[in-house]
Design a protein around this ligand. Sequence first.
Ligand code: NAD
Ligand code: TYD
Length: 352
Amino acid sequence: MSWKKHLLITGGAGFIGSHLVRLLVQKYPEYAIWNLDALTYAGNLENLKDVEAAPNFHFIKGDITDAGFLHDLFSRQHFDGIIHLAAESHVDRSISGPLAFVQTNVIGTVHLLEEARRQWADALEGKLFYHVSTDEVYGSLGETGFFTEQTAYDPRSPYSASKASSDHFVRAYYHTYGLPVIISNCSNNYGPYQFPEKLLPLMINNIRHRKPLPVYGDGKYTRDWLWVIDHVEAIDTIFHQGRKGETYNIGGNNEWKNIDLVHLLCQTMDGLLGRPPGDSASLITYVRDRPGHDRRYAIDASKLQNELGWSPKVMMAEGLAETANWYLSNQGWMDHVTSGDYQQYYERQYRH
Ligand code: NAD
Ligand code: TYD
């Protein structure tokens, strides 16, 4: 079969990447989708079970920090587009071990940019390096205001500093070498297949096991939550219709203080588990705050809406119920991903 395009997706076995791979494999049977992933603790091929047999899906196990491996891959295989999601993605892990974030998020991204530049040196037409980034590069908001594409970068955690650095390199390759790039900066995602170090799946798993629900600080930290499938649909839209060299903010227009979101989740879970109202909320426990904890994130996604017509489709009550239901119906997945190093991570992170 001759494929219309060869697309390389990095980090496609992770949370957002697996939803993106599924969408692309199913929506574009004429594209060959190459999923490159190192399968770290956060990557799991179980996330892609339903597409692994598709004729247009290929998996490559490999590490983007390994320059030799990437060089061999790009020498063997031509790509028309790259959508780069592979990253270390958890703020708390970046606080206890920043160097892994520099390695993967900064150095890994630059290795990938180098290979794209080399492969596309003579023919840039129709090529695109799409970098998936986060709203956390913009820093922390007070009670009011929104992040726009013009907001100055002000990263405050090792994670956001590493993502900001990778964004700068991607833009540098656009300006210096003319590499066709697009960056999107998205708010907090939620949905199935998210690793239970992040707020919602961690709380869902703890509610199921009747363990304390650790809320950091005063619980009034605010995030703008987006249903993960809305995010990958935005990536698809931007990849196909976005303007080269541009940045697009993606957000849910859906701000929640952590404590209010945890209460909504508790109510949802009580209903699903047949527990009396208030049962799960009684597990809420305020714990030591995260150092340098960003107070509020909120995205202005009007550029994406006005230019490309994207807006989020799934409302919080619906998305949260679907998420909780998914985790309860897929307890084997949760038990599997929490069976190894997770216990040690949990012990270290929450012992205080
Ligand atoms: P994740 O941690 O669930 O998945 C990351 C994936 O990258 C895993 O499959 C992992 O195995 C792979 N990976 C890690 N290091 C690698 C390496 N050196 N080489 C190859 N593969 C490697 O992350 P996620 O939440 O799906 O986030 C994906 C991307 O989206 C990241 O770039 C993140 O910064 C960005 N993002 C995430 C959110 C969010 O709410 N989760 C929001 C905005 C942006
Ligand atoms: P998280 O899911 O780690 O995403 P991010 O830090 O990238 O926004 O955390 C979301 C919010 O929830 C953040 O304000 C930190 C808070 N939080 C808790 O209160 N308790 C927890 O156990 C976790 C993991 C997060």
